[in-house]
Ligand binder design. Structure first.
Ligand code: G6P
Length: 488
């Protein structure tokens, strides 16, 4: 059986897994032969060209160090000050610096050069997220003929926003070097097709010409999930119970409204706090009876937009405290720290409302984890942004427009007064969906699809003597993004 090589910016040893990506992939690789490859988390003046390999929690992990300058341009710069905000439709939060793209490409080249010597011809390579879009092109340049898949964990932007990203055409051409590109939701595929249809200047003959040829790349939605049954077990574990007992002492009879998010402007936290303020303002009878706990571990805090956002949230939480707190009651607790999965599972289970209201999100695994952790006899209510990829899966959530804080406040009120029977019925639907879209099914679907493309990959390589076949010049684009794959 082919080995699986997972490539992502972060590797399992680079700190607690704050994002969903690391949690999901650890499990996938643990069940297969292969290794993980990525940045070591270290910066050095003259990083060695070769990767070093270590065992981390039973996984083999290959790592490279980066220079401070390259890392800044690649991570804080092009990835997180251009791609991240733009892909989340926040062009207003982008910063354009001409040097960053060079650094981004240089790091991708470094990844490819360090990874290439460790590849066997049959390895299946699975590249993750926006930091590494050019990696397949770089590996192909070095002669790698492997099947290479890419998974975008964040949303794909609408065409007009994509066009505003510097070097977007190179990035799209880079994507066409993958055999399979997976995205979170159907809306991402629609946006991708919108790009594919609109990248068309007219040729002299009047026929639209397309700048990138995706005819050898399959682009499909593979919604990621969690392990809901593992969360169900974790939520009643001794470690979870310890947190629950602590909270019960603090909460007394109050009902818990819970948010758990990286401290990121895409998560809609200011809007969430404003909605909670409206809930308390419009429903005085709820005061002293509810409590909002927002857990928000800091993230990317060297970037000024993240610092502003953090300051803004501090001020808003302070404002709500000042307006509603009493000497013996506080309306909310805001915790800027990460907690382990067992504690979170216990909190999810306690929470009458799981508040997942990003302004835009690839999927949002907190929604999945909240559902998995509920007590089937007395489940809570998921209030979910319709702009999270999860909204395509969780029809039984109370879906809201997170920009409309009146609507979110009303959804919280409905959730708090929802009869047990309706809560159970909705939760059963949610749990069914969470199981259908479990992380195991996600990985199996993606890897089966990529594996089934072996014939096509071989055929392509045989016909071109191993050289990349995706044209670098202007080519006609096929009618759709998905092409039938040749039989193996
Ligand atoms: C999101 C991204 C991941 C990223 C994670 C944490 O989930 O899709 O690629 O790893 O956030 O962000 P960070 O910048 O700390 O890696």
């Amino acid at each position: 059986m082919s080995r699986l090589v997972i490539v992502s910016n972060r590797t399992p040893s680079t700190g607690p897994a704050a994002g969903g990506l690391a949690v999901a992939l650890r499990k996938t690789l643990a069940e297969r032969d292969g290794f993980w490859f990525g940045w070591s988390g270290k910066l050095s003046e003259q990083p060695p060209r070769e990767a070093r390999f270590e065992e981390v929690d039973g996984l083999t992990v290959g790592k490279i160090d980066l220079t401070r300058q390259d890392h800044h341009a690649y991570y804080a710069g092009f990835s997180n000050s251009i791609l991240w905000p733009a892909f989340h439709l926040r062009l207003d939060l982008t910063t354009f610096d001409g040097q960053w793209y060079e650094g981004y490409r240089r790091v991708n080249t470094r990844f490819a050069e360090a990874l290439r010597p460790h590849l066997k011809p049959d390895d299946v390579i699975w590249v993750h997220d926006y930091h590494l879009i050019p990696l397949a092109a770089e590996l192909r340049r070095l002669g790698a003929r492997n099947r290479i898949g890419f998974y975008l964990h964040i949303p794909f932007p609408v065409a007009d926003t994509l066009f505003a990203i510097p070097h977007h055409l190179e990035l799209m051409r880079d994507l066409s070097h993958y055999d399979l590109v997976g995205m979170q939701a159907q809306r991402d595929i629609v946006a991708f097709n919108e790009f594919a249809d609109h990248q068309a200047p007219l040729s002299l003959s009047g026929d639209p010409l397309k700048a990138v040829d995706f005819s050898k790349t399959i682009v499909e939605a593979f919604p990621i999930g969690s392990d809901p049954d593992a969360f169900a077990r974790l939520a009643v574990s001794p470690a979870a119970n310890k947190m629950v007992r602590r909270m019960q002492r603090a909460m007394d009879e109050q009902r818990l409204i819970l948010g758990v998010d990286r401290l990121d402007y895409s998560k809609g936290l200011p809007q969430r706090v404003e909605a909670y303020e409206k809930l308390l303002a419009n429903n005085p009878q709820l005061r002293r009876g509810v409590h909002l706990l927002q857990i928000a571990p800091p993230s990317r805090d060297t970037i000024k937009e993240y610092q502003h956002h953090s300051d803004q949230l501090d001020a808003m939480c302070g404002h709500v405290m000042g307006r509603f707190a009493e000497p013996d009651w506080q309306p909310l607790t805001y915790v800027k720290r990460a907690y382990g999965q067992p504690s979170l599972a216990g909190l999810y289970r306690m929470a009458r409302i799981g508040l997942v209201t990003p302004l835009r999100d690839g999927m949002n695994l907190v929604a999945h984890e909240y559902v998995g952790s509920q007590n089937p006899e007395d489940p809570g209510v998921l209030v979910l942004s319709r702009f999270a990829g999860a909204a395509e899966i969780f029809e039984d959530a109370l879906q809201v427009n997170p920009f409309d804080t009146d609507e979110t406040a009303e959804a919280m009120r409905m959730g708090l007064s929802m009869p047990l029977e309706e809560r159970r019925a909705r939760w059963e639907g949610l749990m069914r969906a969470a199981r259908t879209h479990s992380v195991d099914n996600w990985a199996a679907r993606f890897l089966d699809r990529l594996g089934a493309m072996a014939g096509r990959a071989r055929q392509r390589n045989a016909s071109k003597g191993g050289m990349p076949t995706i044209a670098r010049d202007v080519l006609h684009l096929g009618s759709g993004t998905e092409q039938p794959s040749a039989p193996a």
